[in-house]
Design a protein around this ligand. Structure first.
Ligand code: TYD
Length: 133
């Protein structure tokens, strides 16, 4: 399983750092939605779903967390701990986010608006979905 991690360009100067993300330049899709998680309780596992067609880039813009990606055949664990790194999560990929530091802010750039019909929240259903992929 190939994991795609983007390293964004920080525009640093004596004042500090700034990262800019533009669709089709830094991000490989139209950004239709941005959301973020913070104050995540220790030991919580979020996500636990896949998407039928949505693509995402996950950026832990503060603190750290881990992402488990599972394509139904293989799993990979990717730590996210730099505000200039983005993890690409394609469609048809089961994801779990966990091990959040108390100060973690996990930002998600998504290719579609929120639509519950695009979610696969049952793991067996996910395995069936990828069989037909
Ligand atoms: P949920 O899907 O449980 O988050 P995750 O799978 O990442 O742990 O979402 C939590 C709540 O937020 C749920 O009530 C749906 C709502 N929500 C929106 O209204 N819009 C969104 O874009 C997202 C991602 C969630």
């Amino acid at each position: 399983m190939q994991v795609v991690k983007y390293v964004f360009q920080p525009h640093g100067d004596e004042r500090g750092q700034l990262v800019a993300l533009e669709e089709f330049k830094d991000i490989p899709f139209t950004i239709k939605r941005v959301y973020y998680m913070y104050d995540t309780i220790a030991d919580v596992v979020r996500g636990k779903h896949a998407h039928k067609s949505l693509e995402q880039i996950l950026v832990c813009i503060h603190g750290s967390c881990k992402i488990r990606l599972d394509n139904g055949r293989e799993q990979k664990i990717i730590p996210l701990e730099k505000p200039y790194e983005g993890l690409y999560v394609p469609n048809a990929m089961w994801r779990e986010m966990y091990d959040f530091s108390p100060d973690a802010v996990l930002m998600v750039l998504a290719s579609e608006l929120y639509d519950e019909r695009d979610y696969i929240r049952d793991y067996d259903e996910f395995l069936e979905f990828i069989q037909g992929d």
